[in-house]
Design a protein around this ligand. Structure first.
Ligand SMILES: *Cc1c(COP(=O)(O)O)cnc(C)c1O
Length: 366
């Protein structure tokens, strides 16, 4: 049996007719950019999250970079960000000329809230919280710190569509929250896409205009903007998918529970869920010391695994200029060395999940 890390076709097939009907409807409408489907999706996604505003953009990275820029963060400013994240989070800060200030993760892979305050300086403008692998960061504590120090809270929800912290949606806590609709994400388009949600009407207007050449009115350009829009076809597909999101989350939770209950191996460290959080299991990440041997063993059994992520931002070539070296963020580096993501996707069958559990439990260390 071949089991890939992710398969997007299985869920697509369930709703194939809805997607093709939507595509044909939009093709026949003659409106392909900035039409009623974008507006409709923005409204529906904001309502789902319980926030007043949503602006569709081209990608999760643009969403993050626009949020940083629209909050007035620029060269000379510092933004606190988890060291253990996908590099896009950090790039959104440095694209704006600001300095990313990295903070080690806690036992749940997210930023360790207890370490944030020691990193705050007079130049700090914001805290960027990432909800990695589908589980909310310690938002209660982070929000408290942000408020106490008058810092913006920006959420990177690229992996946490529908996840809650203390019964409140991730994406509804910060001044701005950024989503990716990259195909593999919890709410995935059939191409690239992203969105910024927020509570403040002028922040929303600024991001909408930023994504459209700095323009709100045809022929009028208030500042040098970008072309980063969520097109009609993607917005239309996302509307179809949003209606099934809760069902997808339930399915992923059930699959994750199978792993949590079925995997029992002293060398395979299972992920933990923070009390008050309810992971949507964007990724099921375990820690294994001899990671490469473990992955090779599973590969020989036909099971594909991933690594999210093997090179942390501070050790990436892109950030060589920050002058970090190996050993500067030992917890992040340990995660990067040991993390393995197991197959988890909508439509995964009981026999596939059992095969992974059996293979993992049968692993014998070298
Ligand atoms: C995917 C991802 C992004 C970037 O989203 P894109 O749509 O690929 O630009 C940012 N942050 C995190 C945590 C992600 O997983």
């Amino acid at each position: 049996m071949k089991i890939p890390l992710v398969r997007l076709d299985r869920e697509y097939e369930r709703y194939a007719k809805q997607y093709s009907d939507k595509a044909l409807e939009i093709l026949a409408s003659g409106v392909y950019v900035s039409g009623s489907h974008l507006a409709g999706f923005e409204q529906e996604f904001a309502a789902y999250l319980g926030v007043p505003f949503c602006a569709g953009v081209n990608s999760g990275l643009d969403a993050l970079a626009f949020a940083v820029k629209a909050l007035g963060i620029h060269a000379g400013d510092e933004v606190i960000v988890p060291a253990n994240t996908y590099i896009a989070t950090v790039m959104a800060i440095s694209q704006n000329g600001a300095l990313p200030v990295l903070v080690e993760p806690d036992a749940y892979f997210n930023i360790d809230a207890a370490l944030i305050e020691s990193k705050i300086t007079p130049r700090t403008k914001a805290i960027m919280a990432v909800h990695l692998y589908g589980q909310g960061a310690n938002l209660t504590k982070i929000k408290e710190i942000a408020t106490a120090h008058s810092l913006w809270l920006i959420e990177d929800c690229a992996q946490s569509h529908g996840a809650q912290v203390e019964g409140k949606m991730t994406g509804s806590w910060g001044e701005a929250a950024c989503f990716s609709f990259y195909p593999t994400k919890g709410l995935g388009a059939f191409g690239d896409g992203g969105a910024v949600v927020c509570h403040d009407p002028s922040l929303h207007a600024s991001i909408k205009s930023m994504s459209n050449y700095g323009s709100t009115q045809k022929y009028q350009h208030d500042f040098v903007g970008y072309n980063s829009r969520l097109d009609e076809i993607q917005a239309g597909f996302l509307r179809v998918k949003l209606a099934h999101l809760e069902a997808s989350i339930e399915e992923r939770r059930a699959l994750a529970q199978c792993y949590l209950q079925g995997i029992d191996h002293p060398l395979v460290l299972l992920p933990k869920v923070r009390p008050g959080c309810d992971s949507v299991w964007h990724l099921f990440a375990v820690l294994v010391e001899s990671r490469d041997i473990f992955r090779q063993y599973l590969a020989e059994k036909g099971i594909e695994t991933g690594m999210h992520y093997p090179v942390p931002p501070h050790l990436s070539k892109a950030y060589a200029y920050l002058g970090y070296k190996k050993g500067d963020f030992p917890i992040t580096e340990r995660y990067a060395d040991q993390v393995v993501t197991l197959p988890l996707f909508q439509g995964m069958t009981p026999s596939e999940i059992d095969a992974v559990i059996e293979a993992v439990n049968g692993y014998t260390a070298p």
